[in-house]
Write a protein that binds this ligand. Structure first.
Ligand code: ZN
Length: 335
C-alpha cells in the first residue's frame, strides 16, 4: 500500500532539486531564470504565506509550485499535482531531464544528417523535405543506451514534443534489425508521461482525426483543411483517445472498438492513410479529408462521404458499419 510519509513539495523544494541558485532576501529571492536565462529574471516571493515565482522576461504572471512544474518541466496540470503530492516522483522527473539532455541535441543532428536513401524513402511516403524539417524527422545510424536504461535503436527518428520540450522519441526500425531481433516496426523511447503526436495541433481545431502512425498524421495534416487536427497516440485505448479529444468531434482512421465518442471513418482505398495517398494521390487524400471534416455525425456524415466517393470515381458499398469503396475505373486521378 502506498504511503504518503512526506509532506507535499513546495516551490522552494522544487527549485532546490533543480539546482537553481537563489540569492537570499527576507521576503524575496532572486536568481537566473532557468528557462530564458535572464540573469536576475527569476524572482521568488512570499505571498500570503506561500512562495510564488515570476520571470520578468518569460513568466510575468505569478506561479506556484504546480505552475512551476508545468512551466519548467512541461508537465500537465494533473501530472504536476501528482509530483507535488508524492515527492518520490521528483526523482523520476530528474531522470526525465537526463533523458532529454541526452536526446534533444541528437534529435536535431539526426535531422540535419539524414542519408539520401532515407530521404528518398520518406519522399515516396509523402513526407517531403518541408514536412521532415517541420517535424524534425531524422535518422539514427547507431543503436545506443541512455543512462543505462533506455535503449535507442537505429532507424528513422520521429521526436514528439510537448511545447518546446522533447517528450518522446518514436523510431521506425530498420527492416534488417526487425528480421534479426524481432519486435514491431516502431520503437518508442519515452521518459515520462505519454504525449500524443501532434498534441499542439489539437489545441485550436474543432475536429481531430486520430491516425494509426505519426507518418500518417503528418501526411494527413499536410493535406487537411484548417479545422482538422491530425494526431496519433500509440497503444492508446479508445477511452484515452476520446479523453485526448477533449470534447472535440473525434474521428479515427483505424478500428476503434466500443467508444461512442469516436467515429471510425473508413478509408476509400488502401490499408492506412499513407497507403491511400500512395495509391490515389494527394488530390484524393485532400478531398477525403475535407469530406470527413465537413460531414456532420451520423447519417449525414455517411451521406457526405458516399457522395464524395461517387464524385471521385469510387463505387461505395456498405459492409456492416463501414463504407468500403472500389475504384470504378482504372483511370488514375493522381496529381
Ligand atoms: Zn525567464
Amino acid at each position: 500500500m502506498a504511503m504518503r510519509a512526506s509532506p507535499p513539495l513546495m516551490l522552494l523544494d522544487l527549485l532546490k532539486a533543480d539546482g537553481i541558485a537563489l540569492r537570499d532576501g527576507d521576503k524575496q529571492k532572486i536568481g537566473r531564470c532557468p528557462r530564458c536565462g535572464a540573469p536576475d529574471g527569476l524572482i521568488v516571493t512570499l505571498s500570503n504565506e506561500r512562495w510564488v515565482f515570476t520571470c520578468q522576461r518569460c513568466h510575468p504572471k505569478r506561479g506556484d509550485a504546480i505552475d512551476y512544474l508545468r512551466w519548467m518541466h512541461g508537465l500537465s496540470f494533473r501530472e504536476a499535482c501528482e509530483v507535488i503530492g508524492q515527492p518520490a516522483l521528483l526523482e523520476a522527473l530528474h531522470e526525465a531531464m537526463a533523458w532529454r539532455e541526452a536526446l534533444e541535441a541528437r534529435v536535431l543532428r539526426w535531422a540535419r544528417e539524414m542519408p539520401p536513401q532515407v530521404a528518398r524513402y520518406l519522399d515516396g511516403r509523402g513526407i517531403n523535405a518541408a514536412l521532415r524539417a517541420r517535424y524534425r524527422i531524422g535518422y539514427n545510424p547507431e543503436a545506443f543506451q541512455v543512462a543505462g536504461r533506455w535503449q535507442v535503436t537505429r532507424g528513422i527518428t520521429i521526436p514528439i514534443y510537448q511545447g518546446e520540450t522533447l517528450a518522446a522519441l518514436v523510431i521506425r526500425r530498420r527492416a534488417d534489425d526487425i528480421a534479426r531481433e524481432g519486435g514491431g516496426k516502431y520503437a518508442v523511447v519515452e521518459a515520462g508521461a505519454r504525449v500524443a503526436f501532434d498534441a499542439e495541433g489539437l489545441r485550436s481545431r474543432p475536429v481531430v482525426l486520430f491516425c494509426a502512425s505519426e507518418f500518417d498524421a503528418m501526411l494527413a495534416a499536410a493535406h487537411a483543411p484548417q479545422s482538422l487536427a491530425c494526431a496519433c497516440l500509440r497503444n492508446a485505448s479508445a477511452a484515452e483517445l476520446a479523453n485526448l479529444a477533449g470534447g472535440r468531434r473525434a474521428l479515427a482512421a483505424f478500428p476503434v472498438e466500443g467508444e461512442a465518442r469516436i467515429e471510425q471513418v473508413a478509408l476509400p482505398e488502401g490499408y492506412d492513410i499513407t497507403d491511400f495517398y500512395q495509391r490515389a494521390g494527394a488530390r484524393a487524400l485532400r478531398g477525403w479529408l475535407m469530406a470527413i471534416t465537413i460531414a456532420r455525425p451520423g447519417a449525414t456524415n455517411e451521406a457526405t462521404i458516399l457522395a464524395w466517393l461517387r464524385e471521385h470515381g469510387y463505387t461505395p458499398q456498405k459492409r456492416g458499419h463501414h463504407i468500403v469503396a472500389v475504384r470504378a475505373s482504372s483511370a488514375s486521378q493522381r496529381d
